[in-house]
Design a protein around this ligand. Structure first.
Ligand SMILES: NC(=O)C1=CN([C@@H]2O[C@H](COP(=O)(O)OP(=O)(O)OC[C@H]3O[C@@H](n4cnc5c(N)ncnc54)[C@H](OP(=O)(O)O)[C@@H]3O)[C@@H](O)[C@H]2O)C=CC1
Ligand SMILES: CC(C)(CO)C(=O)C(=O)O
Length: 301
């Protein structure tokens, strides 16, 4: 299958390398520095202490995107509209577009700019970028696709490429579950630059996370989304699944990049205001990360 990956960051490089290893024709739309690295020596996938080099196409000008059967959209939430507008050259009426982004409304926002259906996907993988085009895997790997006529076939294709995939009719509840995981882990890991296992072992951290989860569950319920009674347990399991991972928000702060916090804890705060459910701990996380973004920018000059 011909696959385009929009965004050659952690998720894009991970998914791109597995799809290319499974024999698909993969083209990554990358920043120039990433594009140069990938053109020179392919993608490097680091897993369980082993490095694999994978040959893929990389381009830095969207106008040269080939027509494809499948698009994996892998940019951060704030880049959805801008990157979405660049994608037109690779779309045919039959192209399936997947949004592999955290947050609730990226697929909807992307569909709006594209005028094309987009399937939301919840991604349970822990990856980070070591160097341009070089991605390290820290655990997990499964994805959950929203419903569409093509979702079952695409899930099968992904699973055969070592990306375990299922389809879930109630994708809104699944996206909220993922949002709760992000609200519990991302800001704390980012503010302290700590990996999940040592983070949850720190006295008091689990209480803070439980409070974050309780606020999210209450907001979701007031919005008509009923999360499982095992939600806290599901959140706690993540630290065992990806012990050495630092959140994507931690990776952004480390690089002096704006984070997705307004789409994570900030989303819960805004929805909480709409439905009159207080979210003080989520607000504290949002504000602390916004302050950290500013001070990291200042420190980096
Ligand atoms: N990392 C992880 O473990 C996980 C991440 N996610 C989610 O997946 C999504 C992607 O995250 P992640 O891979 O970590 O993010 P990254 O920041 O590592 O990757 C996104 C990449 O897209 C690039 N990009 C943005 N706009 C464009 C554009 N117009 N043209 C070309 N490249 C562009 C960015 O470049 P630049 O930085 O220069 O803007 C960056 O290299 C996010 O929503 C995240 O929350 C979900 C599960 C796990
Ligand atoms: C799955 C998890 C929690 C992995 O770190 C993630 O989604 C993120 O970092 O944004």
């Amino acid at each position: 299958m011909r696959v385009a990956i929009i965004g050659a960051g952690a998720v894009g490089c991970y998914m791109g390398s597995l799809l290319a290893m499974a024999g698909h024709t993969v083209t990554l739309l990358a920043r120039p520095v990433q594009c140069d690295a990938i053109q020179k020596r392919g993608l490097i996938l680091e897993r369980a202490g082993k490095q694999t080099q994978v040959a893929v196409q990389a381009i830095s000008h969207a106008s040269t995107l080939p027509s494809v059967d499948l698009v994996l959209f892998c940019v951060k939430s704030a880049d959805t509209e801008e990157a979405g507008l660049l994608m037109a050259p690779c779309l045919q009426a039959s192209t399936v577009v997947l949004s592999l982004q955290n947050g609730i409304d990226n697929a909807q926002r992307l569909a709006c700019v594209l005028g094309h259906d987009v399937v939301p996907v919840a991604v349970y993988v822990a990856v980070d970028i070591v160097a341009p085009g070089h991605v390290a895997h820290h655990g997990g790997g499964r994805v959950i696709l929203g419903p569409s006529a093509e979702s079952a076939a695409i899930a099968e294709l992904l699973t055969q490429a070592a990306i375990p995939a299922t389809v879930e009719p109630d994708i809104m509840a699944i996206l909220w579950e993922k949002l709760v995981v992000n609200c519990a882990y991302n800001a704390l890991s980012a503010l302290t630059q700590t990996a999940y296992a040592p983070m949850v072992a720190t006295p008091g951290a689990q209480e803070v996370m439980a409070q974050l989860v309780a606020e999210c569950v209450a907001v979701a319920a007031a919005c008509g989304v009923f999360l499982p009674s095992t939600m806290l347990q599901k959140v706690q399991n993540i630290a065992q699944l990806m012990p050495s991972q630092m959140s994507s928000t931690a990776q952004d702060l480390r690089r002096g990049k704006p984070t997705e916090i307004d789409y994570l804890n900030g989303y819960v705060v805004r929805k909480g205001q709409d439905v009159s459910v207080p979210t003080p701990v989520n607000l504290a996380m949002q504000v602390a990360v916004k302050l950290a973004e500013k001070s990291h920018c200042l420190l980096r000059g």
